[in-house]
Design a protein around this ligand. Structure first.
Ligand SMILES: C[S@@+](CC[C@H](N)C(=O)[O-])C[C@H]1O[C@@H](n2cnc3c(N)ncnc32)[C@H](O)[C@@H]1O
Length: 245
């Protein structure tokens, strides 16, 4: 299907999700647990955290898969705000495979402007710091997390026993077009029939390939963008009609 024939990505305000959360349990204060946002480049914002947790709670997600662990902030968020029997599998590159070459001093500011320089910076940061938010978490939270070290583009869901197992998938690894396309195709294999698949960096001014990919993607369910965030998502199977029209 050509991009011109695709339905436009639906835009919603974050409060569409928050209203659904309120209607799920009208007698309680809806709350979630979150770290003070990291000052590091590359993390999700507080509003994005609230959106991700709302999507997880609205769908009762229990089996999470994250492309791109980085410091583990979103891994920790999902593990901390899900039922005790939920589990988060998160994948990042084997540190030994990461190119540690630093940009030339006169190119250092490229990290905040250029897609490739930014992705290379995030990879080096991961190699230096690993998933430190997970390592600092309590033992019960750590027990809810499985960490894989693998290039996401090489994941073979069937061979690795991961096919059809996950009901919440967060795509936030490499941001170049080919990696986003590959991670998305693999996410569809990882997903249960009823699932949330979410992408980070939609409409990012740095990672414009995410926007280019999703704007031209013939998704199996309607794509939704949450305003004032960089999160786009789709709800499949029985969740397809969860949002009001
Ligand atoms: C934006 S950060 C992830 C942020 C994290 N999801 C969070 O919300 O805190 C992107 C991560 O993807 C990893 N990454 C980049 N390309 C990858 C690839 N091909 N396979 C696996 N991980 C990759 C980087 O090493 C980096 O840690």
């Amino acid at each position: 299907m050509s991009a011109a024939a695709l339905p436009p990505i639906r835009e919603i305000r974050p409060k569409v999700l928050f209203q659904l959360i309120e209607s799920m349990a009208p007698d309680v204060n809806p709350s979630f647990s979150v770290n003070i946002p990291s000052s590091a480049i590359g993390g999700a914002t507080l509003l994005e955290n609230a959106v991700l947790v709302s999507l997880a709670k609205l769908t009762g997600a229990r089996a999470f898969f994250e492309f791109g662990t980085y410091l583990g902030a979103t891994t920790l968020l999902l593990a901390s705000n899900s039922p005790a029997d939920a589990h988060v599998t998160t994948v990042d590159l084997p540190p030994a495979d990461i190119d540690m070459a630093q940009p030339a001093p006169d190119e250092a500011d490229l990290v905040l402007r250029d897609d490739t320089a930014n992705d290379n910076f995030l990879r080096r940061e991961f190699a230096h710091k690993g998933g430190l938010c997970i390592e600092r978490a309590s033992a019960d939270i750590q027990a809810k997390v499985t960490r894989l070290l693998q290039d996401t583009r090489t994941i073979d869901p069937a061979a690795q026993g991961l096919a059809g197992r996950f009901d919440f998938i967060f795509i936030d690894g490499g941001h170049d077009f080919d990696t986003i396309a590959s991670d998305t195709a693999i996410a569809l294999q990882l997903a249960q029939p009823d699932a949330v698949i979410a992408w980070h960096d939609y409409r990012s001014t740095i990672h414009q390939d995410v926007t280019r990919f999703l704007d031209g993607y013939a998704a199996p369910a309607r794509l939704v963008y949450v305003q004032n965030t960089m999160i786009a998502f789709m709800l499949t199977g029985r969740f397809a009609n969860l949002l009001p029209d």
